[in-house]
Structures are given as structure tokens and as C-alpha cells.
Design a protein around this ligand. Sequence first.
Ligand code: NAP
Length: 277
Amino acid sequence: METTVTLAFLGTGSMNGAILQGIVRDGTVAGAVRATTRTEATAAALAGGIVQARSVESDPQANRWAVTGADVVVLGVKPAGITDLLADIRDALSPTTLIISVAAGVTLDTMQSVVTNPVIRAMPNTPALVGLGVTGLAAGAGVSAADTAIARRVFETVGWVLELPESQIDALSTISGSGPAYVFHAIEQWTVAAQNMGFARDDARNLVERTFIGASALLAESDAEPAELRRRVTSPKGTTERAIAVLDQAQLDEVFTAAARAALARAAEIAAENSAR
Ligand SMILES: NC(=O)c1ccc[n+]([C@@H]2O[C@H](COP(=O)([O-])OP(=O)(O)OC[C@H]3O[C@@H](n4cnc5c(N)ncnc54)[C@H](OP(=O)(O)O)[C@@H]3O)[C@@H](O)[C@H]2O)c1
């Protein structure tokens, strides 16, 4: 698709800032970008090239300025601020402007109770900061195929995108949203194991972290599935085979499923807490 759009990022911190950088790096999705933050210092740091930025500290109308004439508005403030922000910008929006929210736990219904615009919920993860994110996109009722296509282009500037119904977005969050924490947790545990094998902490960290990064890069470059790549380092009757047998005894598939279910149960609790407010 050749068309370029005018994008507004409202609340341009860690997550929206990563997407903004992806858009600027890509150079083909947006012809112009307006970004807002709360404080002037963070806004000033964003401005340059196709990006204009204002803070609500210097201009209380900054968010309304940013959405005026925008084709797509990406909301990146904390979840508790989403409905107030939508109420603030509501009458500055064109009726066809696509709204995308990256806020965790704020439902399409909640947003559609404030605005009638097409709305998409996005759930990116932190590797978006290095362009290797995974984002789930759930579209509301009034979203056209063209809207979904533009949302996909926005998030593909920072990684891979999966479209899914909103009913699955919490499940996606238990895998890819929380997933970076699971990987860091595994790295922490293997670093302890390396120290238990006699390595000093710095050496242990290098051995483990570089092995995770290297194996991930090998997987990314290869057409083979992880099981096949694992077999290639697991000679029959060899040392790796013994280690894998111990890991298999721990029934990690069941442990991981239980962990994902615990995260899903917590998402339901948080939703209930928020709707009871
Ligand atoms: N981080 C993640 O892993 C992740 C993953 C998925 C989804 N999310 C979602 O992303 C959203 C933001 O999280 P984050 O980690 O990026 O937080 P963050 O770094 O604190 O970013 C929040 C941004 O909102 C700005 N802001 C606050 N009030 C504003 C207002 N009234 N108008 C305009 N801008 C305002 C802040 O400006 P100042 O910096 O000047 O205060 C900051 O730029 C959350 O809803 C979260 O659920 C985050």
C-alpha cells in the first residue's frame, strides 16, 4: 500500500515511543506525525523530522491539536487515563479517524462508550523497542478492512502482528505480552545453574545470555523448527540428552500452561476490579 497517513501519538512514553521510532525508521507509513506527552522535556526530545511534539504541560490543548486532521490516533497513556483522554479529544476527532489503544485491560466497549470512531485494541510487547515485537490486534465493530490494514502496517514497523478477536487478547497477553519476562526468568535460573557449575557471576551471565541470544538468532535464521534444532545438539547417548531428560521430568509443558492460566486468571480479576470502580 502506497498511501501515507497522518498519525497522532497521545502519550509517547516507553511503548508508544517505540512505535513512533518504528514509524520514523520505516519512513513509508506516515507522512506526518504529531506526538504528545505530559511534560515539556519529554515532548522536546521527540520533535524533529516528520515529528511535531507538544506537551499538555505547555499546552493544555495539545492532545486536541494532535488529533485534528489525523487519520490514525494511537493512545499510549496509562490504562487509567484512557477514557478521560478520549473524552477530551472526542469533538476534535473526524468521525472516520481510526483510534488504536495499546493500553492493557481497557476494552473496546469501554472506549466505544466514549467515542463512536472505529477502535482497535493493540497488545504489543517490549521487544518492540528493538523492532522485534509481537503485537496482537483486536478490531471493534466499526473497523474497515482498510483500517485494519493501516493498523497492521503501523505495528509491523516494530515486529510481527497477529489479528485476533478481542476475546483472545488476554490469552495472547499471557504468552507474548508477559513472554519476555518468562525468557528473562529462564536466563536468571540458568545463570544460577552456571554459577553452581563453578563460574563467576560475570562469566555465568555471558555464557547464558549469549547462548540465549545466539540460539534465538539461529532459530530466526533457520527454516527448521526448534525441536529439530534441539535434536541437532542432542547426540544419542550424549550429555545434552541426559540434561533434556531431567528437564522433561519436570513436565515443563504443564508448568508453562499453569503459568499462562495464572496470568489469564489475574487478567480476569483486574477486569472485574476495573468494572467495579
Ligand atoms: N510497557 C509495556 O510493556 C507495555 C506493553 C503493552 C502495553 N502497554 C501499555 O502502554 C501504555 C503506556 O505504558 P508505558 O510503559 O509506555 O508508560 P510510560 O512510559 O509512562 O508512558 C506514558 C506516556 O504518557 C504521557 N502522558 C501522561 N499523561 C498524558 C496526557 N494527559 N496527555 C498526553 N500524554 C500523557 C507521559 O508523558 P511524560 O513522560 O511526560 O510523563 C508518557 O509519555 C499503558 O497503557 C500500557 O498498558 C505497555
